[in-house]
Design a protein. Structure first.
Length: 175
């Protein structure tokens, strides 16, 4: 019998996220000078920072290469940021080998066709509510939240709660 996504969450040590459509809503605002601007959800950032501070690995693998995105993610404490990645599977394999991470320990959130092959390699493939049908069909968990609107927070919070780390992280910090 296959494990439920909640059971798989017990084994997660690593979060890997796409950017456009996952950490953003996929919208790009283009300025008159050609600069492409994206919006990110502050709650997603808060959850990624909480995950890092709780000992999880957090990695970004994206085909896009916006330096503003890199700066935002670095400011959250994320060190493994792979932007402009033409081959996400190759980048993923190099990352997991470098840190000796087993694919079954990884939760990956993607939203569209470029994420398809990498999602077939991980222990817990997930996606936002507004992901493409192809990605939804291979996801063990589909967030009830759209990309860029808190879907990343949703999966991080669930994993940390299943593992008893969510409330532990906040104990005495904010209350």
């Amino acid at each position: 019998m296959a494990k439920s996504y909640k059971e798989i969450m017990n084994d997660i040590t690593t979060f890997v996220f796409d950017v456009d459509g996952v950490l953003t809503d996929g919208t790009v605002h283009i300025t008159p000078t050609g600069e492409m601007l994206r919006e990110m959800n502050i709650r997603d950032g808060f959850a990624m920072k909480a995950a890092i501070e709780s000992g999880y690995h957090v990695c970004i693998i994206s085909g896009g290469s916006n330096e503003g995105v890199r700066i935002r993610l670095k400011n959250l404490g994320i060190n493994d940021i792979h932007l402009g990645s033409p081959d996400k599977v190759k980048t993923f394999n190099e990352y997991t080998n470098a840190y000796n991470i087993k694919p079954e320990q990884v939760l990956y959130m993607g939203d569209d066709i470029p994420d398809y092959h990498i999602m077939q390699l991980v222990g817990l493939p997930t996606c936002p509510q507004d992901a493409s049908p192809e990605i939804k069909s291979i996801s063990n968990y589909i967030s009830h939240i759209n990309g860029g609107k808190g879907a990343v927070r949703d999966v991080i919070e669930q994993v940390m709660k299943v593992q008893g780390k969510w409330n532990t992280y906040f104990n005495g910090k904010f209350f």
